[in-house]
Design a protein around this ligand. Structure first.
Ligand code: 5GP
Ligand code: MG
Length: 197
């Protein structure tokens, strides 16, 4: 028989290939759900019946993107753009690949990302997308680390402000693990080794 266990007490499931890690819940599955429902409501109010192209930033946004698009009521196109700058917790050069992105010229576009940290990723992706001639371009993020910004822009929609800790789950990874957690967790500092083999 399955027992309901508080996620805060869980050890990481075995499919995350990091069996000795422990996690601390920062946002529960239910809190995330309510936040995304609220975001969906705001986006529906903002765009009404106007067709929207929603672009998710790979890979971290896939979970929030999947939950969000099913709450949207306007005619919707969905695409992705890839932006990556992290290995473990260490920042590398930002690489943007927009080959998978649909044509956005003359469209109302909403860019969706998992987390706004320094803000450099979103600023860079927005600059590249702006050059493609959308009618309007807004951005939405699930999470924002408020004290960390190094840019002047702010996303148009922010669901949760969180403390400056490295978070995983609900799409966010550490060395490609943990994306499938249904809740958002912080890893203990001991688990953030950055020596990925
Ligand atoms: P920024 O360019 O805003 O500093 O970083 C944004 C990107 O860095 C996010 O899309 C995400 O991929 C990654 N990132 C920033 N902070 C975290 C974090 O706490 N956890 C995880 N897993 N990724 C993060
Ligand atoms: Mg990302």
């Amino acid at each position: 028989m399955t027992k309901q266990v508080d996620p805060a007490l869980l050890l990481i499931p075995s499919n995350t290939n990091s069996p000795k890690s422990t996690v601390k819940t920062l946002l529960t599955t239910e809190q995330l759900h309510h936040g995304v429902v609220q975001l969906g409501r705001e986006i529906n109010e903002t765009y009404g019946d106007r067709p929207l192209t929603i672009i998710g930033v790979l890979t971290g946004s896939v979970v929030v993107l999947a939950d969000l698009i099913r709450l949207l009521e306007m005619p919707l196109r969905v695409g992705v753009v890839q932006a990556s700058s992290y290995r473990g917790t260490i920042r590398g050069d930002l690489v943007i690949n927009s080959e998978l992105m649909p044509d956005i010229r003359g469209r109302d576009v909403l860019l969706v990302d998992d987390i706004f940290d320094t803000g450099r990723t979103l600023v860079e992706v927005i600059a590249q997308m702006q050059a493609l001639g959308p009618t309007s371009l807004r951005s939405a993020v699930l999470l924002r680390k408020k004290e960390r910004q190094e840019v002047t822009m702010d996303p148009d929609f922010v669901v949760f402000d969180i403390p400056d800790e490295f978070v995983v789950g609900y799409g966010l990874d550490y060395n490609d693990a943990y994306r499938n957690l249904t809740y958002l967790a912080t890893l203990e500092p001991d688990d953030l080794t950055d020596d990925f083999a």
